[in-house]
Design a protein around this ligand. Structure first.
Ligand code: ZN
Length: 304
């Protein structure tokens, strides 16, 4: 069977993998724990045996997506913020040896963006920007039907766009990044700082804050308002610079859509350069947690 690719989406907690067809359908989506490993040697042994179990017959290419900086031609991780033991690992070479397949390594947010563009909410658009709201904020840019990587492959780091000068401290060491307002970790940290009910330092996770907001708690609702406003400012900045009018929002925290969309749209319109007003559309991702697997499989097929 032709037109079958393997897609692997490697996160800090879990790794998803599956066989993806040319039409973007995924068969046999598997999930491995990444967290219990502490070296690429051990993890890749487990990963390779999972790949062999899926069967390699008819598979043309293998794509693997990981958070962080990726040297595309070499297939090496240049930096890996969440999985420290991946720093400088030659992932491509290792998986080519283990599977015999052509291998393509890509940044995870770029993979999600490519998937949503080829098969999801961005299908048919010539330019689209995707924001992945998870523990951090990932970004990917499709410009004129091509994934834009920028110099040194570091393009699309929308999470580290400044949306509040001298604002909250980000995990990257800068202040006022989008990620310090519109991510799961930011929600949790900001909630903890409020010292609610005298319990300073109590940090519910993003899902608990979402549940509190839905139940009408003001502190939680305010956090989602701020979450949406900062996203709106970031999207307006992108639209003002690039004149891209379609934005896809995906990732775990996008489930709180109804809580942040209103503030997002208000801040977006207020910060748009006037010729763009009324033209920018914010869409919800369609592929959910399969976007990375589907996207990186298709990227591998298109780029190799
Ligand atoms: Zn940052």
């Amino acid at each position: 069977m032709e037109g079958q690719y393997i897609g692997i989406d490697m996160g800090g907690t879990n790794t998803r993998l599956g066989v993806v067809s040319k039409e973007g359908e995924v068969a046999d989506l598997l999930c491995l724990s990444t967290r219990e490993y502490s070296s690429w040697a051990d993890f890749s042994t487990k990963l390779t045996s999972a790949i062999s179990e899926m069967g390699l017959e008819g598979i043309e290419v293998l794509g693997i997506a990981v958070a962080g900086g990726v040297l595309i031609p070499e297939g090496i991780m240049s930096y890996s913020p969440h999985i420290r033991w991946l720093n400088q690992v030659p992932i491509k070479e290792s998986l080519v040896k283990a599977t015999g397949l052509p291998v393509f390594l890509e940044n995870d947010a770029n993979a999600v963006t490519y998937g949503e563009w080829m098969y999801g909410a961005g299908k048919g658009l010539s330019s689209v920007i995707c924001l992945t709201l998870g523990s951090g904020v990932g970004g990917g840019i499709i410009l004129n039907e091509e994934l834009y990587r920028g110099e040194h492959g570091l393009g699309g780091e929308i999470g580290h766009m400044c949306v509040q000068p001298s604002g909250r401290l980000c995990t990257c060491g800068k202040r006022g990044c989008l990620e310090a307002y519109s991510s799961a970790s930011a929600l949790s940290a900001a909630y903890g700082e409020r010292g609610l009910n005298g319990k300073a330092g109590y940090q519910p996770d993003a899902l608990q804050i979402y549940e509190r907001a839905v139940a009408g708690e003001k502190v939680a609702l305010d956090l989602f308002t701020s979450f949406g406003e900062h996203l709106g400012i970031a999207i307006a900045n992108l639209a003002n610079v690039l004149s891209v009018h379609h934005y896809v929002i995906t990732g775990g925290v996008s489930r709180a859509w109804e809580l942040f969309l209103g503030p997002l749209e208000k801040a977006l319109e207020a910060n748009l350069f006037s010729p763009h007003r009324g033209m920018v559309k914010v869409l919800r991702g369609h592929l959910r947690d399969k976007a990375g697997v589907i996207g990186v499989a298709r990227l591998a097929a298109d780029y190799l």
